[in-house]
Design a protein around this ligand. Structure first.
Ligand SMILES: [Mg+2]
Length: 397
């Protein structure tokens, strides 16, 4: 549909729940608690803006009139939703989510990982939004949360590591109120030998010098290292007191995580490539990590991340979700005790344009993210930034 018709189209699609009947639907269903709700349609919406910028959102419509909306979602998630999950969702009761998740996890021999779980995560998150709109509550409140603000850490992917630029950015972020910053040591690794280790230790030293002792510093190796390189780095980096070293190895290499954790005092973090609670359990029972970074858009959704938080709490380990995105992560963190979930990752460069199509873009103030009081995740598309919106499909024939 073209721009002149898109407002009508948006309202018809229910993609802007605050427009017209959308908000009334929420009020009506809140007053009359829904006892019988059925999903009537599932659509992947492609939103296009200026300069042909695009994003995908998942919309789940019910016979109550209320609709769940979640996004932006990954292309792969969209494909799996459309080709696999959509059919199973029509006619489902969106309030009966536990049984549905379990059924779908058992429905595919490939369900243990990767894009299947990413697709199921999108469905799970859209259903949480839908339940929030049906009941008139934000997701973190539905989950039993009481914190309406969560602390964010500055994730510094993409910033210059030239010494003076790095130190200036560390100071600037500290001034903005970030008490926690994560820097990246992903450009080198075993092939660079001792010189690589020296440069990766230098990143830590420069950051600590600029930050002082009252800022937590974390480092992310993007699974580029091996055990020997990691140990050489850790022996020299320990003196700068990092809060954690993230993904030194590929998630598949559990033995390396176990060995490394035994040998260093620096807490080890990983988990953005965990799919389901079972991956997490393997690492926790082996004492392989101190920080679980499962991503609610990849690990199985809000429902699965909450289970992972319970598991981590038993082991005395933090869950600090990967910051691929924010809506689901910040609501789960706000729903949990601060001792379990102390932080949300805020990828500064990525997030600066990630929510361009939304009216309320999560943005930390003084290092804190405020939870919305709107129902669900509080996502509202911003018509002034949208040129075109339409359902897309990968169905054949
Ligand atoms: Mg990472």
């Amino acid at each position: 549909m073209k721009r002149r018709n898109f407002l009508t189209g948006l309202a018809a699609l229910g993609a802007i729940p605050h427009l017209g009947g959308g908000a009334e639907d929420v009020r009506e269903t809140r007053a009359g608690a829904p006892t019988s709700v059925k999903i009537t349609n599932v659509e992947v919406l492609q939103v296009t803006g200026r300069k042909n910028r695009k994003a995908l959102y998942l919309k789940v419509q019910t016979d109550e009139g209320a609709a769940g909306l979640y996004g932006p979602i990954d292309n792969e998630a969209a494909l799996f939703v459309d080709r696999f999950f959509k059919r199973s969702l029509i006619g489902q009761d969106p309030l009966a989510y536990g049984a549905y998740w379990d059924k779908m996890f058992r429905a595919s021999r490939h369900s243990r990982g990767s894009h299947y779980l990413i697709g199921l995560s999108a469905v799970d998150n859209a259903l949480w939004d839908l339940r929030g709109r049906l009941l008139g509550l934000p997701v973190y409140r539905l989950l039993g949360g009481s914190r309406n603000k969560v602390r964010a850490y500055a994730s510094c992917l993409g910033f210059s590591q030239e010494p003076s630029a790095l130190q200036a950015k560390v100071r600037e972020l500290k001034q903005q109120g970030y008490r926690h910053q994560k820097w990246f040591v992903r450009d080198r690794g075993p092939a660079y030998g001792p010189e690589g280790v020296q440069k990766d230790v230098q990143v830590v030293r420069l950051a600590r010098e600029a930050a002082g002792d009252d800022v937590d510093l974390m480092f992310d190796a993007f699974w580029k290292w091996d055990l020997q390189y990691a140990l050489a780095w850790a022996r020299r980096a320990e003196q700068y007191n990092p809060r954690w070293i993230e993904e030194p190895f590929q998630t598949a290499d559990l033995d390396a995580f176990i060995e490394f954790s035994r040998e260093t005092s620096i807490p080890v973090a990983t988990g953005e490539h965990f799919y389901g609670r079972w991956d997490v359990h393997k690492f926790l029972k082996a004492d392989a990590i101190m920080v679980v970074q499962a991503d609610p858009e990849w690990c199985g959704g809000v429902s699965e991340l909450v289970k992972i938080c319970t598991l981590a709490s038993v082991h005395g380990v933090n869950v600090i979700p990967h910051g691929h995105s924010l809506h689901a992560a910040m609501h789960v963190v706000a729903s949990q005790p601060v001792e379990v979930c102390p932080l949300v990752e805020y990828l500064i460069q990525k997030m600066s344009g990630y929510y361009d199509f939304e009216k309320h873009r999560p943005r930390p103030v003084e290092g804190m993210l405020e939870l919305p009081d709107r129902p669900g995740f509080g996502i509202e598309l911003d018509e002034s930034r949208i040129e075109d919106i339409r359902p897309v499909s990968w169905q054949q024939g």
